[in-house]
Design a protein around this ligand. Sequence first.
Ligand SMILES: [Zn+2]
Length: 402
Amino acid sequence: MNEANVDRAVIDKVLAQIDKDEVVRFHQSLVRVPSVNPPGDVREAIALCEQSLKHAGFETRLVAVEEAKPNLIATCSGQPGPTLCFNAHLDVVPIGERSAWQHDPFGAEIVDGKIYGRGAGDDKASVAAQVMAAVALARAGVELHGTLVVNEVADEEVGGVSGAKMVVEAGHIKSDYVIVGEQTLNRVCVGEKGSAGTTITVYGRTAHGALPWEGANAIEGMAEVIAALRRELWPQLENRTHQYFHHSSASVNIITGGVKSNVVPDVCEIYIDRRLIPGEDPKLAVAEIDEIAQKAVRDIPGISVTVEGREQSLPATVSAPDAPLVRSMIEANRIIGGNTEPTGFSMATDGRFFAKAGCPTIIYGPGDPKLAHVPDEWVGVDELYEATRAYAVAALLLLGGE
Ligand SMILES: [Zn+2]
């Protein structure tokens, strides 16, 4: 790794190019664009990023499979060397009930050092910090030994099909290091949890609600399945731990069943949001749910059950703590006075697509994940500025500028 080769003077030269007010104004301009997904039109927000990077000297291009969902790829190349990619997303979730907000969801108001708005944290804080860090590197005139790619994308909040997933799978970016910006409170996350979403369907037999003994009640069968999972599997998951992550988990998040108040239901379905720590296999995670579900209804006459995993399931990703990417980001945090203890990210990010393609990937960004998707979402001004500085230093350490 190159960090020893980077002069403190070079780092200071780049940091001097980061203007806090400019970072905040740029972030506010992004929050004021209501790039709500659905429908997920990010053209205006992407254009703001493209303008700034182009003006700083980056080569820019847009790739899209849906017209309203362009993805920006801005590149700055120096001497031959590795490629570092910054990635974050510009689409935001809907605001929900407007009356639940004290602040204008698209006003980017600043109160007591906090910038409020939908996407203030998730994920426009990361986008703003990455773009402003890249602009500072270019303005400082530092020649990189490698290539910096800034990839701000669409579509993350609905699964990334027209966003990062497409960008990676179509081969638009090949990178040696990827830093995905999501809300980590500016902590270095060495990876993210995996998921194995599972659908359970219990089948019974319909009958008149006044003659329930003539039928087999699918909802009551499902109650047995849920009770068995809660009794036999959930406690086991709490014991599956990893040094960088919260324990393995599962939660029944959707239930459907029944058609009419006086009809015994013949179908009941649930969706289990199953999250995996490193070492857990998505297929085995579904199989162990299946085994418990089958056993739970085995002795109930007329009731059967099927268990199916989702196609998009992926294992957790984790980088070694001594990998150059992780060490550089930690060193960057040390230099700017941030947290130097690595940790893991509990939620899924676009990083999984890069990791699946074999790119070493970490997650780092300003904002608290607990504030994502809720009313009065905010990010701290200081935190936003700190992240901008950390991204810039990490890029210097990885691409060995001089
Ligand atoms: Zn996000």
